[in-house]
Design a protein around this ligand. Structure first.
Ligand SMILES: *Cc1c(COP(=O)(O)O)cnc(C)c1O
Length: 399
């Protein structure tokens, strides 16, 4: 396996802070679903940089847009606008208008956590003092900055950084009664994922998001949906909340939005966005021409190939293939965000390691679940090839 020079994160020659553990591979180049490491070994990438490269590696349409923009204009500060940012914002607003039925406005960020920070600040300004609490679910993941970490429903991740910023409350995932008991007049917003990604690929139970929508309407709280992992066609819909037919007030996104170019956005219904005034929020790189050129290329290309339909079709095919393996008990998720529940006694991290040896990249999202997030452009042949590698590894570990 390559990457030997990095395999001890704490030794003197490693230039990275030791927050990620030893990298499994050092990857040099990619094309579509495939990547090659520094030793020239080929892998099928069924993780897509955690739902980022949804149009595949080195996508020619996105690469062309980035290349052209890089030699035209990169950045101009927020005292000015640029045609790329305007065009990309209009395209994202069109998608959200179709999905929610509301006109809205957005703020471009550089990451998922920043998109959620923007949403949290918007909720606090909208709610006002005394009504600033944000309710989110246990098992959720909303980011690594202090406020988004506080919203993240994983107490073990808070513990080393206590005290957390105040004004966050967590409820059991999927339990509408518990969330009903928690949302009172002090709550500005509920922040929720359509499918918990990092939490183990846990889809919202049918009617859960609808129930939260009704509750937010009753209590005058905002409904914020974190679509950072599920957005841009991944679930078979443009946005995961469409699976439950709800219309949120605020939607956060990133990951697949730039196909690898770091960019995100916080979108809000127009009357909600209107609580922000000049000076309330900002970022040097918000809406930079380079990143927004990538966003337009991604959306145009996803529309052209009907990426949500591909996710639905390929997701159904992959599920059918996986479920035939005797060591896989069930497959959950939607479209091409899938979690394969392993039979009792099998260890997902161990299987993940063995799959890397075979040439398949996926992720052990917990001790008993493998998570698959292939590009939405994955071919049927690649699904079959990946399934054969999984079958071999599961056979080897069970015998
Ligand atoms: C990845 C992710 C984030 C954080 O995004 P970053 O770009 O890593 O800051 C937030 N929410 C969800 C649901 C995610 O999957």
């Amino acid at each position: 396996m390559s990457g030997h020079t990095f395999d001890k994160p704490n030794v003197d020659h490693c230039p990275f802070m030791p927050v990620f553990g030893p990298p499994a591979l050092s990857i040099e180049r990619g094309s579509g679903t495939q990547v090659w490491d520094t030793d020239g070994k080929r892998y099928l990438d069924f993780l897509s940089g955690i739902a980022v490269t949804s149009l595949g590696h080195a996508n020619p349409v996105v690469a062309e847009a980035i290349g052209r923009q890089a030699s035209t204009l990169l950045h101009v500060s927020n005292f000015f606008s640029n045609p790329q940012a305007m065009a990309a914002a209009i395209k994202v607003n069109e998608l959200l208008k179709d999905a929610t039925g509301h006109s809205g406005q957005l703020f471009f960020t550089n990451s998922g956590a920043e998109s959620n920070e923007c949403a949290l600040k918007l909720a606090r300004k909208w709610g006002g003092r005394g009504r600033h609490t944000v309710v989110s679910a246990f098992g959720s993941f909303h980011g690594r900055t202090l406020a988004t970490l506080a919203a993240t429903g994983q107490p073990a991740k808070h513990e080393p950084f206590a005290p957390m910023p105040e004004g966050f409350k967590h409820v059991a995932w999927g339990d509408i009664d518990e969330i009903r008991d928690s949302v009172d007049g002090s709550v500005a917003a509920v922040m929720i994922e359509a499918i918990q990604g990092e939490g183990g690929v846990n889809p919202a139970p049918v009617g859960y998001l609808q129930g939260i929508r009704e509750l937010c309407d009753e209590m005058g709280a905002l409904m914020i949906i974190d679509e950072i992992q599920t957005g841009f066609g991944r679930t078979g819909k443009w946005f995961g909340f469409e699976l439950d037919g709800v219309s949120p007030d605020v939607v956060t996104m990133a990951k697949a939005m730039g196909n690898g170019m770091p960019i995100g956005a916080c979108w809000a219904r127009k009357d909600v966005a209107a609580v922000f005034q000049p000076g309330d929020h900002g970022s040097t790189y918000s809406g930079t021409a380079l990143a927004t050129a990538a966003v337009s290329a991604v959306i145009d290309e996803m529309r052209r190939i009907d990426a949500p339909r591909l996710a639905t079709e390929m997701g159904a095919k992959f599920t059918d293939l996986l479920i035939q393996l005797p060591q896989i008990e069930s497959v959950r998720g939607a479209g091409l965000i899938l979690g394969a529940q392993l039979a009792e006694g099998l260890n997902a991290p161990e299987i993940y390691q063995a799959l890397i040896g075979k040439g398949l990249i996926c992720n052990a999202v917990n001790a008993s679940t493998l998570r698959f997030l292939p590009p939405l452009t994955v071919s049927e042949t690649e699904l079959v090839e990946a399934t054969a590698m999984i079958a071999e590894v599961l056979q080897e570990v069970s015998s």
